[in-house]
Ligand binder design. Structure first.
Ligand SMILES: Cc1cc2nc3c(=O)[nH]c(=O)nc-3n(C[C@H](O)[C@H](O)[C@H](O)COP(=O)(O)OP(=O)(O)OC[C@H]3O[C@@H](n4cnc5c(N)ncnc54)[C@H](O)[C@@H]3O)c2cc1C
Length: 424
């Protein structure tokens, strides 16, 4: 059987957007039609601003239409790290924003009926060494007040109740986590933006943004548009179009496969509670059952250097059998990849620089955060006070000699693999 692309497109095609002619002028032009750009566009449209969203590909053809669909508390730095950076009060409020993001997506799915195969089954986080298990236990016992998550520790003896694997020394279940079908979420967010009045156009790359009186002249593949405000929502696909932002995000390819259909019973023997699964290794892997519970969807960093998805299949299959040896011989039927955006402080950033609004840098965990911060930056652009966040005004730094090509990635991954093998 020939290998197919993204599994998510099997039951949810990406929209191509409207075929309307490009307007001459708009209040807001958004570059990038993923969760960020579309969530922002809904808010600016609701605020009465004429809004145009352009994507160089199909709507959602960046990460938003193809990610792993795992929903979790999504900031990497701990509260202690954030407090050391910003002081105790702001540090706490910053950490709280990740919780707001999770609550926001849950509200959209559960109360507003967003059609995205929302499955609130939690996730299992495995410890790949005894040291890491001890750390997981410590973290669960000393959760910061006000940021508590519902966590159950799973000792090694009980592992089989969560995963059919000997790879882990134990782990923890995070009950508040969930999963979505990412392309369905994208379509739902797209429909909400369009219903609010935004014009959304696919296959329309923005090729230049020039300052002009009263705003910007924006050149696109389909003509030039005058815009009073512009939002950069390009995340891992940020280019020299916006060099300041490009210097501040690190694009990293993440690769995924879907196994052939295994049947619901076999998937339940591998992951009895059908949760998302991740682990403590530095070279991140993530897996989960497909929404219909018949396949395993597995993703991670499969190569030192960027590659195409099909070439990574053998490596991903072997990484999958490290977790589930019983899947040796099972083939992938689908393979796909996309670029996440890391930042130097491992935090998302939103704000305005040199007249351009931006919202990006979710460090691989943008399903809840891109949807949430996209909404917030849209509210800010519409001048609405509820758009304010604790992340506003935080410094967004780059590094000397970094211009957008992450030359340090391959050596970093190499050393992380080594540390993972040694259990550090
Ligand atoms: C393989 C993979 C798995 C992932 N799994 C998870 C997960 O399980 N959970 C989680 O929380 N997060 C996950 N993520 C991350 C998450 O998908 C992203 O953080 C999120 O989708 C970012 O949304 P966005 O709208 O900011 O960016 P994107 O969806 O990437 O959109 C940016 C858009 O900008 C467009 N663009 C760029 N330049 C231009 C231009 N010049 N003109 C017009 N358009 C332009 C691109 O075409 C693109 O569509 C994963 C990412 C990948 C790649």
């Amino acid at each position: 059987m020939p290998l197919k692309g993204s599994y998510w497109l099997e039951d949810s095609a990406l929209p191509s957007g409207t075929t309307e002619a490009l307007p001459d002028a708009v209040d807001v032009l958004v570059v990038g039609a993923g969760y960020t750009g579309l969530s922002a566009a809904r808010e600016t449209s609701l605020g009465g601003l004429s809004t145009l969203v352009c994507d160089r590909g199909l709507v959602g053809s960046g990460c938003s239409g193809l990610n792993g669909g795992q929903v979790a508390y999504s900031f990497k730095p701990s509260l202690d790290e954030l407090s050391a950076r910003h002081g105790a009060d702001l540090g706490f409020r910053v950490a709280e924003e990740a919780r707001h993001a999770l609550v926001n997506l849950r509200r959209l799915a559960e109360s507003e009926g967003l059609d995205c195969d929302w499955q609130p089954r939690g996730s299992f986080y495995g410890a790949h060494s005894a040291r890491h298990f001890a750390q997981i236990v410590r973290d669960a016992e000393t959760q910061p007040k006000g940021l508590e998550q519902r966590i159950t520790i799973v000792p090694r003896a009980d592992l089989r109740g969560e995963v059919d694997s000997d790879l882990y020394q134990g782990g923890a279940v995070f009950h508040d986590d969930a999963s979505v079908q990412p392309a369905k979420l994208l379509n739902a967010v797209y429909r909400r933006a369009a219903e609010a009045g935004a014009t959304i156009i696919g296959n329309c790359a923005v090729t230049a943004i020039e300052r002009s009186s009263g705003g910007f002249r924006v050149a696109t593949a389909r003509g030039t548009v005058r815009a009073t405000k512009v939002l950069v929502a390009t995340n891992g696909y940020t280019t020299s179009l916006t060099p300041w932002h490009r210097r501040r995000v690190i694009p990293i390819g993440s690769y995924q496969i879907a196994t052939e259909s295994l049947g619901a019973e076999r998937v339940r023997t591998l992951i009895p509670n059908l949760r998302n699964v991740g682990d403590t290794r530095r070279v991140i892997v993530y897996l989960r059952p497909s929404p219909d519970g018949t396949r395993i969807l597995f993703g991670g960093r499969a190569a030192l250097y960027e590659s195409d998805a099909a070439r990574c299949v053998p490596r991903l299959e072997s990484m999958l059998t490290e977790v589930f040896p019983s899947l040796a011989g099972v083939s992938a039927t689908h393979a796909w990849m996309g670029f996440i955006a890391y930042t130097f402080d491992a935090m998302p950033h939103l704000g305005e620089h040199d007249g351009l609004f931006y919202c990006l840098g979710y460090c691989g965990q943008g399903v809840p955060t891109a949807t949430y911060f996209g909404m917030r930056i849209g509210q800010q652009m519409a001048g609405r006070p509820e758009g304010r966040t604790a992340l506003d005004g935080l410094s967004f730094s780059t590094r000397p000699l970094y211009y957008g090509n992450p030359w340090f990635l391959a050596p970093s991954i190499f050393s992380y693999r080594l540390l993972d093998r040694l259990g550090y």
